[in-house]
Design a protein around this ligand. Structure first.
Ligand SMILES: Nc1nc2c(c(=O)[nH]1)N[C@H]1C(S)=C(S)[C@@H](COP(=O)(O)O)O[C@H]1N2
Ligand SMILES: [Mo]
Length: 399
């Protein structure tokens, strides 16, 4: 997509940028089946720019996709992509006035317009899953703190942009830079609170598939998803995918900022509730996950008849290798759908049981990626419920 088109389309979308109208509450409720607390949430059909979404919080918006969004296909439409902001988001952004400052440990700091970003290098498209590190956290037992997400804080989109390394080259990264840090236009609402800034190691920043993106599924980034520009790090949790990108900063040392040094970290050792002072590292690459989408927990299936189960799976930071349907002491390999969009995208799977002979109790799917990483049978509990990848189980009643 050319920079002119980005700017022109943005101008059409709003008065020189994009704007968000006030939200409207819905009447319908959905039960997320959260074991540790209130489980009902409003299902809002009218949040600006969105289809029906689970409202976890209005402001700043936290919207979750109902699992029905994943029942078909591998691409999540923009109006069903989950939304997460740590601090209040600007509700109006001017494309013409926007600048991205590239500075820190660089040879010559620059402030780039959208056109300059778009022409910094070759335009690249990549399909990648955007997943919150806390996705599925609400299902943790014992309960953990943080947004009580079901499993809908994920979605898969096609992202278009330029390589981050080409944008960095405009300023020239200094010899020995260790990390690259990003900030957006959103700022804390309380004095002295830390801004949401995140950094990635320099070798990740220089990867050919790490982008400064301006389009999502061939549309300009919706304001909720970070208009006009966001970072995309395929295979990594989207906490690093900073939205409304305004600053790119090369760091010559470690990053001591709050959202890297103090939160979005998980233990390097096994921990249990109440444990303190254990070593932690930032959550980074995503593990494999898979979901049955054809049937909800508790659904009824026909006794004595064949049964086809379907769903989606992801490899995480490596391609999906296989999916098995698992029950109590048995495993059946599933058939993978076509690899339409590469290693960082969803893939569909299906399996047909020749005949249902009784209730299917606590069945689930186990995905493995090409690095040999497999979904565990038991939850790896951690205090923030990060990086959930346990086999998700449902029970089907035969009658
Ligand atoms: N500027 C900015 N970017 C951000 C955040 C934020 O609070 N501010 N949250 C991050 C987190 S934690 C997640 S999960 C993703 C969510 O992206 P989405 O809202 O497009 O789904 O945005 C990331 N980028
Ligand atoms: Mo997140």
């Amino acid at each position: 997509m050319s920079s002119q088109r980005l700017t022109r389309r943005a101008l059409i979308a709003g008065a020189g940028g994009a704007a968000l109208a006030g939200p409207v509450f819905g009447q319908k409720l959905i039960d997320l089946g959260l074991p540790g607390g209130p489980s009902l949430r409003p299902l809002d059909p009218q949040f600006p720019g969105k289809g029906e979404m689970i409202v976890q919080r209005i402001r700043p918006p936290l919207l979750e996709a109902p699992m029905e969004v994943f029942r078909t296909g591998t691409i999540t439409p923009n109006n069903r992509m989950f939304v997460r902001w740590n601090w209040p988001m600007p509700t109006e952004v001017s494309a013409a006035k926007h600048r991205v400052a590239v500075g820190g440990a660089v040879k010559a700091p620059v402030a780039l317009t959208l056109d300059e970003i778009a022409s910094a290098g070759e335009t690249v498209e990549i399909v990648a899953i955007n997943q919150c590190a806390g996705n599925g956290r609400g299902l943790s037992e014992p309960r953990v703190t943080g947004t009580q997400w079901g499993n809908g804080a994920m979605g898969c989109a096609k992202w278009t942009g330029v390589r981050l390394k080409d944008v960095l080259a405009k300023a020239g990264v200094a010899e020995g830079a260790k990390r690259v840090r990003f900030a957006g236009l959103d700022v804390p609402m309380t004095d002295g609170a830390p801004q949401f800034i995140k950094s990635i190691p320099i070798d990740i920043a220089m990867r050919d598939d790490v982008l400064v993106a301006w389009a999502m599924n061939d549309e300009p980034l919706p304001i909720l998803h970070g208009f006009p520009l966001r970072i995309v790090v395929p295979g990594w949790f989207s906490t690093y995918w900073v939205k409304m990108l305004s600053t790119i900063e090369a760091l010559s040392g470690e990053d001591e900022s709050h959202y890297v040094a103090e939160t979005y970290r998980w233990p390097t050792v096994a921990v249990k509730p109440g444990d303190k002072d254990f070593p932690t590292v930032p959550i980074t690459a995503m593990p494999p996950r898979s979901f049955i989408t054809s049937h909800a927990d508790g659904a009824t299936v026909a006794l004595g008849k064949p049964l086809t189960l379907e769903g989606i799976a992801m490899g995480g930071d490596a391609g999906l290798a296989k999916v098995d349907l698992v029950g109590d002491g048995w495993e059946i390999p599933c058939t993978l759908g076509p690899d339409e969009h590469g290693p960082y995208a969803f893939r569909r799977w299906s399996v047909t049981l020749p005949s249902v002979s009784g209730d299917l109790t606590q069945i689930g799917t186990k995905a493995a990626n090409s690095n040999g990483l497999t979904q565990p049978g038991e939850l790896v509990w951690n205090p923030s419920g990060y990086a959930r990848s346990v086999i998700e189980r449902i029970t089907l009643r035969a009658q």
